[in-house]
Design a protein around this ligand. Structure first.
Ligand code: NI
Length: 197
């Protein structure tokens, strides 16, 4: 299973609504396995399919950070949707698609969520604390949303130098990144010109 390159700010696939998954397939199971390996390699808490360039409503969560969890070590959520929220908490979030950025974000403290598991079996569960936090962050990805979208315009302005670096592809990470969107096209143009010579 290959480690997949992670897409960063502001690739179009990370801003689009992802597609619901209707059927199981060998391809889907392969993608799930690759996403788990990619998440572990990057030391991430969770990973959404569009973070590896696949516009599908699928996310994986590493449960090694979740206390008292005994049912396996990875949670796979297909077509997840919140069915209830309660309370409020503040937590410092980061994201593999926003390397070097960590910000305190307010979200509901407890959630109810429904989804299909990796065998496409329907599941409803409650979550709180860090697990509730990760699930909400990942569901946002599947709707084209980053956690920094919750920040004030002022705080966002302060992040602009870091975000520009991501868009130029000059950010450094310990895990492989997909080529940035703009640069990718610039390189294509260059290749075309060379061929024309
Ligand atoms: Ni993220």
């Amino acid at each position: 299973m290959p480690i997949l390159p992670i897409y960063t700010f502001d690739q179009p696939v990370l801003r689009q609504e992802t597609s619901q998954i209707e059927d199981d397939s060998a391809e889907l199971q392969k993608l799930i396995k690759s996403m788990v390996i990619t998440m572990r390699n990057a030391d991430g808490l969770g990973l959404a399919a569009n973070q590896v360039g696949k516009s599908l409503a699928l996310t994986v969560i590493d449960l090694k950070h979740v206390k008292d969890w005994e049912d396996g070590d990875t949670l796979v959520l297909i077509n997840p949707a919140l069915i209830g929220t309660e309370g409020e908490s503040v937590f410092e979030e980061g994201c593999l698609s926003l390397p070097g950025i960590r910000e305190e974000i307010v979200r509901p403290e407890k959630i109810g969520v429904k989804f299909l598991d990796r065998n496409l079996k329907e599941v409803e569960m409650d979550a709180d604390k860090i697990l509730a936090r990760i699930i909400q962050h990942e569901i946002d990805h599947l709707h084209g949303k980053y956690f920094i979208d919750y920040l004030s315009p002022f705080k966002l302005t302060l992040l602009k130098p870091k975000l520009s670096k991501m868009m130029r592809g000059t950010v450094e990470t310990e895990y492989p990144l997909a080529p940035p969107y703009v640069q990718h096209h610039a390189v294509k143009g260059k290749v075309k010109r060379l061929r024309g010579m």
